[in-house]
Ligand binder design. Sequence first.
Ligand code: AMP
Ligand code: MG
Length: 406
Amino acid sequence: MRTVEEHQRVVAGLITMRPAMALPLSETLGLVLAADVAAPMSLPVFDNSAMDGYAVLASDIPVGTSAEHPVTLPVAEDIPAGRTDALTLKPGTAHRIMTGAPLPDGATAVVPVELTDAGTDTVEIRGTATEGQHLRRAGEDVTAGTTVLRAGQVITPAALGLAAALGLGELSVRPRQRVLVMSTGTELVSSGTALEPGQIYESNAVMLAAAVRDAGGEVVAAPMAGDDVEEFRAALAAHVGAHKAGVDLIITTGGVSAGAYEVVKDALGGDDQSVEFVKVAMQPGMPQGAGHVGAVPIITLPGNPVSALVSFEVFIRPALRAAMALPRTHRPVRAAVVTEQLTSPHGKRQFRRGVLDAEAGTVTSYGPPASHHLRWLASANCLVEIPEDVAEVDAGATVRVWDLSG
Ligand code: AMP
Ligand code: MG
């Protein structure tokens, strides 16, 4: 049997990083920058007002100006934000000006509207004005040419705001991995269709597609196929072929264990095929497969829903994130004290679903170890990792847990 680490290495070796590419800003949130970004221009772009008020020459407002000793100036211009003509302030006049509007040449201060009578023909100024007050100078935020974002940085809403303010339409990024998720099983039916006896609703493709997106990847399709080898091969080829731009990874579920109708194994496991089917010393998730279909890497996960998602967590998620240069490739691993006795099969790494109380530093296993108990998985917040050589964990012992919220 393969160890967990051995299979992790095989999977990580299959998934390769795509070349950096320029993408429109709207498609880059959460991706990693592939190149430094130098500001193509300065910000602010031009000197402008920081307040709604009046642009003046500070020297026109004598020291001691107040509500009791106001100064009245004629209002020569009205400058809303967006006015594009060049204006000059003549000494002894004021321009009414709004926040973000271009400062007229010659103005040296802005008096906030709250310190005036808000006049439009003349304005009564009721406070002093110091040179430079309430002005935003061109370039005081960003000087053209400065490196403002670094390669390797995750693109946040704020980073996008900055890029947009600099007039950039695209960013060079590590693109998302494009993943085809395919579930197998003749018993599977989509929601919305009434179940015949013996049928169940498909859940792995829905769950794994979400897990791919949650890991930062893109799902190109998440179809299902029955347990017929020819049908499965044809569906796989059709879905890969339908995505001319490319599929970077195929994930299948089901059809890889020891039964009589193991469609994935039967379709891809022959000597002439480049998918290797192995047993990994873990529970759940022992039957695994990995290789290529044509040039596309494929990971074949077991069909039991808990096995499928735990296998995704253990093998695919870290490799997928690494292939997008994303940080936090691995879930945070924490030490926690178990609240009850747990048993685990000797010789296998067990991943139990658990509820971690991070504050108390304790973990309680959640639901039975068998791999069809989806209900418990749905409300667990961690995986409890029990090593291969441990068959019993006493209450009060410390274990490693994978924090699924991290
Ligand atoms: P298999 O690995 O194909 O033998 O499937 C193992 C178990 O998981 C069986 O009970 C299947 O019905 C169930 N199963 C397999 N694939 C799915 C799926 N996509 N959605 C829900 N259950 C599934
Ligand atoms: Mg099956």
